[in-house]
Design a protein around this ligand. Structure first.
Ligand code: C2E
Ligand code: CA
Ligand code: CA
Length: 710
């Protein structure tokens, strides 16, 4: 050691002169030394404890100290501290004994020139030894640290090695954990119990066949580009079911061109299971198990992308008639049961290449990747599935399916548009009419308008912008007022008066009809109570109700409560129903009607003849009045057949003991016909337009509407 600091030399020598000679000799030889000279055990011990030493020189012939003892003392303190014995002539045996005792070297005084190289050699050797110790200690420490880390991670640490020839081997750190995944028998490294060495082939065999190619590709890509390799794969395990590992490793190219990765493989089996549940929920509807909107959009994207020119993709958007009111009235559990039944029926009908999906609420979708030119047969087939009533919680329900259709590439160019247009078309399907429609561009405008009406109506209901007009019904001979119909009016704050023809259908679709209908009943009954109290009205006041209101199980209770609140007899109210309301034969509707009829509320069938002409149902229901639609009245005087029809309706209704009201009577001529046919009551502009309550009150005070007299 000829470094910057002097060599720390401990000199054990009993002779002062010899010591000085030796030191002088070394210094003259060019060795930079810091010497401490000792000559007894006590001083040796003190010197050793006080500082670190680089080398010890020890005289051989000291009367009070044997060099073997000195060696023992020195090495007892630091086994690596080199000690050189300096001696006069010495026998071979003694020399051997000294070397065996641990002397690093023996230098004869007569060859003192050898001492300096000997010291330098020993210093170099001891420095190397110390470095090795330090490295080994560090390695041991790192090893322990690694073991500690390895023992605590939910996976394995591994090293993958790929030779220049492409042969792959693995070294795994944790044998124990690996045994959970693959059969480690015969793989254990005999020199290190913690390590397991496996061939690349053995490793690949334990990977699930599905994942092998992917694994190989990832490894080769990583080896070629020296990019980190991240791969998830399933293991075929000897004991447990499949395991998922997520392996991440960092490649390094070694000097010889081989590649070595150090990495970690985590057990992600549980994570994978959670992910698959999450994925399933992300793409499938939990109620029906059908693909949801997201999944449908994906499939639709694929279908559109792979559609050759000249071929069409059709999307049917299907919903049960008045689904929202069902949902409101039935609650979640029953609705879910119904949805599952619908899904099952539709599922049975769907062809292998078609996709059936469920969107939110009551919407189902059919995707026809290669749509036939004429869709009608397929649509009829689907609708046929709804002919049989559903039974939910013991209650029978008959509902048609309404379908809106959009076509690619004709009316939509992307999945979103297809969905939007199909649902727009669906919303244009009128209850009672043809149950399916193709999308046409004008529909979008109508949808916007409808949405505007719906949101504005909710506001209007809250701030009392809804009022009623009243239109009298008169006796055909003396024009006595024998009835009155309440007709809803909406005074919109900026748009002015909005016609019920526009907003009632929107309210029916948006569900606001329930609240609106209740408000109408409330105002009507309050008015009826006032007129009755004033002795102005002894006939029932007619109020229009929507089928959706009648779908609510609590409808009859609400009506009876309102009558009670105003201390009105049930006979003060007549409800006007449409044919579509009763044609469906809905249990809830029938129960509401019978409940109310039993209490004395009367019913009249509005717009008779327009939709179904349900004479047969009429006889079974407690409906005492039929209102012939104004369309027939207006046609009657122009067309003999229509006149005969009106007459037939009157005759048949009378035969069933029902009263007949003609509505929309505008002319004197119509009046003459209707009187001749013995119509029971007449309503129309000829007698009075619908008027505000105050004007109606004035008419009621007159009692007769003389203006119309022939
Ligand atoms: P509707 O029940 O058939 O009512 C009769 C409609 O014919 C009323 O229109 C009335 O103003 C109109 N009308 C009366 N006499 C004549 C006439 O001589 N000639 C012509 N051309 N029309 C006449 P309005 O008030 O616009 O109501 C339209 C429809 O809106 C009603 O038809 C009914 O279906 C619905 N509606 C009105 N009020 C309510 C309500 O409170 N609830 C429900 N659900 N629907 C209502
Ligand atoms: Ca009416
Ligand atoms: Ca009518």
């Amino acid at each position: 050691m000829t470094g910057h600091s002097p060599v720390r030399l401990l000199l054990v020598e009993d002779n002062e002169l010899d010591a000085a000679w030796l030191i002088d000799n070394l210094r003259r030889g060019g060795l930079d030394i810091a010497v401490t000279h000792v000559d007894n055990r006590m001083d040796i011990a003190v010197a050793l404890s006080r500082q670190a030493w680089d080398i010890v020189l020890c005289d051989y012939s000291m009367p009070s100290l044997s060099p073997v003892d000195v060696i023992a003392m020195i090495h007892g303190h630091d086994p690596d501290l080199p000690l050189i014995v300096v001696t006069g002539t010495i026998g071979e045996e003694s020399a051997v004994a000294l070397m065996q005792a641990g002397a690093a070297d023996l230098v004869l005084k007569e060859r003192i020139a050898r001492l300096r190289p000997a010291i330098e050699r020993e210093l170099a050797a001891s420095a190397t030894r110390r470095r090795t110790y330090i490295i080994e200690a560090a390695r041991r420490q790192a090893d322990n640290l690694l073991r500690a880390i390895a023992a605590n991670i939910p996976g394995m640490i591994f090293r993958r090695y790929m030779s220049v020839e492409g042969t792959v081997t693995y070294t795994f750190m944790q044998k124990d954990i690996l045994a959970d995944f693959i059969d480690t028998g015969g793989l254990v490294d005999p020199t290190n119990q913690m390590l397991v060495t496996a061939s690349g082939a053995a490793m690949l065999r334990s990977i699930h066949p599905h994942d092998r190619q992917r694994y190989r590709d990832a490894m080769h890509r990583s080896a070629t580009c020296l990019e980190p390799m991240t791969v998830e794969f399933q293991l075929i395990t000897p004991s447990s079911p499949t395991k998922w590992l997520r392996s991440q490793s960092q490649p390094e190219r070694l000097a010889d061109g081989s590649i070595q990765w150090d990495g970690i493989a985590l057990d992600v089996t549980e994570l994978k299971a959670a992910e698959s549940v999450r994925d399933h929920l992300a793409y499938f509807d939990p109620v029906t198990g059908l693909p949801n909107r997201t999944q449908l959009t994906r499939l639709l994207t694929d279908a559109l992308a792979s559609t050759p020119e000249g071929q069409r993709v059709a999307l049917f958007c299907l919903s049960l008639e008045s689904f929202t009111d069902l949902q409101d009235g039935w609650g979640l559990a029953a609705t879910d049961t119904l949805l599952r039944q619908v899904a099952e029926r539709l599922g049975r009908l769907s062809l292998p290449q078609e996709v059936l999906a469920r969107l939110e609420s009551g919407y189902f979708c059919f995707l026809l990747p290669n749509a036939p030119a004429d869709l009608t047969p397929r649509l009829r087939e689907l609708q046929g599935a709804f002919d049989t009533p559903y039974t939910v919680d013991g209650v029978q329900l008959r509902r048609r399916a309404l379908v809106g259709v959009s076509l690619y590439p004709t009316d939509a160019s992307d999945p979103l548009e297809m969905l939007q247009h199909a649902s727009t078309a669906l919303h244009q399907v009128k209850t009672g009419g043809v149950p399916f429609r193709l999308y046409v561009p004008e529909m979008t405008q109508r949808v916007l308008e409808r949405q505007w009406l719906q949101s504005e109506l909710s506001v209007a209901l809250g701030q009392g912008d809804i009022t009623l007009f009243f239109q009298p019904m008169v006796h055909p001979v003396d024009y006595r007022i024998i009835g009155a119909e309440a007709l809803v009016r909406w005074h919109h704050r900026s748009r002015g008066l909005i016609s019920p023809v526009d907003f009632v259908p929107a309210a029916e679709q948006g569900g606001q009809i329930v609240e609106l209908g209740y408000e109408v009943l409330r105002i009507a009954l309050k008015q009826a109570a006032a007129w009755r109290a004033a002795g102005l009205c002894d006939f029932p006041l007619s109020v229009n109700v929507s089928g959706i209101q009648l779908m609510r199980p609590d409808f009859s209770t609400l009506v009876l409560d309102l009558l009670n609140q105003h201390s009105l007899p049930a006979a003060a109210l007549k409800l006007e129903l449409t044919e579509s309301t009763i044609i469906r034969d809905e249990e809830v509707v029938l129960r509401n009607i019978t409940d109310l009829a039993e209490r004395g509320v009367s019913f009249s069938l509005d717009d008779f003849g327009m939709e179904h002409s349900v004479f047969s149902r009429l006889s079974e229901l407690p409906i005492d009045t039929v209102k012939v639609d104004k369309f027939f009245i207006s046609q009657m005087t122009q067309n003999d057949a229509q006149a005969a029809l009106v007459q037939a309706i009157v005759v048949m209704a009378h035969a069933m003991r029902k009263q007949v009201v003609a509505e929309g009577v505008e002319t004197q001529e119509e009046l003459i016909y209707l009187r001749a046919y013995q119509c029971d009551a007449l309503q129309g502009y000829l007698f009075s337009r619908p008027v505000p309550a105050a004007e109606m009150e004035a008419l009621l005070q007159q009692r007769h509407l003389g203006r119309a007299s022939p």
